[in-house]
Design a binder for this molecule. Structure first.
Ligand code: NAP
Length: 306
């Protein structure tokens, strides 16, 4: 069975950065990624808030640049899926679908996925009017009319953020009461740019090359209508890409891994970085910071335990 000083699970910005820092420190490292490196970023049309790219950069171009940085190094790239982790006092065993490996330290960077509505047109207009991230895409809708969907803190907070950029927001919620906190509710209800549409669901997205509208249905009256908008932001929660780590690795109530400031989980020698970590701001820049911090501390842990 192969044995590593450090194993990274996940190939998004957090995993790539962690790999770079570990390789530069001379750590014997393996990197597990089930698809190509990139993670959620590959689904992002343009990133215009990553420092160094004042004109924005396409998600895949940024990931190409990130992975180019790893090119000079020799390490095990394991194209496989992590199924289970068995924690140990000195070595942790990671069970992949095709092999098992041992590692002294582990950095979990498996990411998260925006929860999807699963209605017609959603996939087609993703990146062409349908978005899941206000900070990433809000700028593309400056001065335009948009819909926001959801009723939790994310929907309320992101609608407030977007209200500073767009001309009008229709906030669509499936019930007649928000789930989000009163603090944000009050701010949303007082905001003249935000019109709340309660008891309503989006049934499909429509348009040509780009989104032009959202078909709505009032769940009380069953009445259907078309809302013409330039963009639609879906904020109905985020799902962790987890399920393979044991309960010894503590999570928050949503299943995201809790860490200390050094990215250490509740299990010594196991770190988490990027979107899988319990935190509020999920961005490429914060994932990169998490990855560097986790790798530095995994290296320090190895130094102390060698
Ligand atoms: P959330 O609290 O789970 O809320 C999801 C919202 O989307 C709910 O209003 C839910 O409606 C709605 N929803 C879910 N599935 C839907 C569907 N298929 N169709 C239509 N609507 C649907 O998720 P979140 O807002 O992303 O927040 C996640 C966690 O992060 C929460 O604990 C939240 O408090 C926290 N958070 C905190 C802050 C902050 O404190 N600054 C900011 C953002 C997030 P129902 O209400 O009817 O279930």
């Amino acid at each position: 069975m192969k044995e590593y000083e450090a194993l990274i699970i996940g190939g998004g910005p957090a995993g790539i950065t962690a790999a770079l820092y570990l390789l530069r420190a001379g750590v014997k490292m393996g990197w597990v990624e089930k698809l190509a490196p990139g993670g959620q970023v590959l689904l992002t049309e343009a990133i215009d808030n990553y420092p160094g790219f004042p004109d924005g950069v396409k998600g895949y171009e940024l990931i190409d640049k990130f992975t180019d940085h790893l090119a000079p190094f020799d390490f095990d790239k394991i194209r496989d899926e992590a199924l289970r982790i068995e924690t140990g006092s000195e070595l942790h065993k990671v069970i992949l679908s095709e092999q098992e490996v041992l590692t002294k330290t582990l950095i979990i960077c498996s990411g998260a996925q925006w929860r999807k509505l699963g209605v017609p047109g959603e996939r087609k207009y993703m990146g062409r009017g349908v978005s899941y991230c206000a900070v990433c895409d809000g700028n593309f809708f400056r001065g335009q009319e948009i819909a926001c969907i959801g009723g939790g803190d994310t929907a309320l907070e992101e609608s407030l953020y977007l209200s500073k950029l767009v001309s009008k927001i229709y906030l669509i919620h499936r019930r007649d009461k928000f789930r989000g906190t009163k603090f944000y509710q009050d701010k949303v209800l007082q905001n003249p740019k935000i019109q709340v549409i309660y008891d309503t669901v989006a049934t499909s997205f429509t348009g040509n090359e780009h989104l032009t509208g959202v078909n709505l249905k009032n769940v009380q009256t069953e009445q259907e209508s078309l809302l013409e908008v330039d963009g639609a932001f879906i904020f109905i929660g985020l799902d962790p890409a987890g399920g393979f780590f044991p309960s010894a690795i503590e999570t928050d109530s949503q299943g995201f891994i809790t860490t200390d400031a050094e990215m250490m989980t509740s299990v010594p020698g196991i770190y988490a970085a990027g979107d899988i970590r319990s935190k509020h701001c999920r961005q490429v820049s914060t994932a990169v910071g998490d990855g560097a911090t986790a790798a530095y501390n995994a290296w320090a842990y190895l130094e102390q335990h060698s």
